[in-house]
Design a protein around this ligand. Structure first.
Ligand SMILES: [Zn+2]
Length: 283
């Protein structure tokens, strides 16, 4: 056996003693801190390289190892979540659209909580949602909360919109089919601002292609839209009818009736500005 290998083996069968350690009545080395053995005899009086014992973890050593393993696992988890967020969000601001940051004004947020809690079932039974309602009622925030929460559980989510998808299909470096296959590979796909896409027959064909591929993949889709279910059911022409028809087959409508957050924020800002400009008493 080579010297190096022998050293390695001896490291495995020898136990380093700390100054406070002591020899117990059974002849084994005991930890001076937790008073648990740091060694154990080989079973049935067997020996290895002339040694009758091998190292064993005392409570302190085990705690140290577990702490180290947890740190490694946490680091690995954080790196994976970071990767998913970098890849899954087309708009980095969405990273902050979380349940923790919710201002409590989004009336439907309980449904987002349920969707995350029941995710395995949502996935298995392929339940999609189409969130509809006025601008600024918190639909996109709702989807951001779901995406962040699932990514924290290491579940890949892609949150994008058709403007970005069409841009990638027409000008992206990736092969079109591969790109669509990739979009369909995400356990959850979220399309923001659905129905805003105006366009050429060719563009609408691509939109249908993506929606239909997702439909075939049997994986859930969540879309947000400013269109009403009536508008989705009565589209202006055949290309839109095909797209909306598929969407409604995959997604259950959820109505958002909340106030316009953006308008409220703008009004508050305006009020504050007025106060400042009028000066003195209202400050
Ligand atoms: Zn110990």
């Amino acid at each position: 056996m080579s010297g190096n290998l022998m050293d390695t083996v001896l490291q495995m069968v020898n136990t380093d003693a700390e100054p406070e350690d002591y020899k117990g009545e059974d002849g084994l080395l005991y930890c001076g801190k937790c008073h648990k053995p740091k060694e154990a005899y080989f079973p049935q009086g067997k020996a290895l390289f002339g040694r009758d014992r091998h190292p064993s973890e005392c409570d302190c050593r085990r705690a140290e190892r577990e702490k180290r393993e947890k740190k490694d696992a946490d680091e690995k988890h954080n790196a994976e979540v970071e990767r998913l967020k970098r890849e899954g969000f087309s708009n980095p601001a969405m990273r902050n659209w979380t349940f923790e940051n919710d201002n409590g004004k989004c009336t439907q947020i309980e449904k987002a909580h349920s969707y995350v809690e029941l995710w395995e079932q949502m996935k298995a039974e392929n339940h999609g949602l189409v969130l509809w309602g006025n601008v600024g009622s918190g639909k996109s925030y709702f989807t951001g909360c779901i995406a962040n929460a699932l990514m924290e559980r290491e579940i890949p989510v892609c949150i994008t919109n058709f403007a970005t998808i069409l841009d990638n299909l027409f000008y992206g470096a990736e092969n079109r089919n591969e790109y669509i296959v990739r979009l369909c590979s995400y356990p959850l796909l979220i399309l923001d601002d659905f129905g805003m896409e105006r366009g050429t027959e060719y563009g609408l064909e691509q939109v249908y292609n993506v929606i239909d591929s997702r439909y075939i993949s049997k994986k859930p889709l969540i879309a947000t839209t400013n269109l009403t279910p009536e508008q989705l059911k009565n589209p202006e022409d055949v290309p839109h009818a095909r797209i909306y028809g598929r969407l409604l087959e995959m997604c259950v409508p959820v109505r958002f009736t909340g106030g316009d957050f953006r308008k409220v924020a703008a009004q508050q800002k305006m009020k504050r500005l007025k106060e400042l400009m009028e000066g003195g008493e209202s400050q």
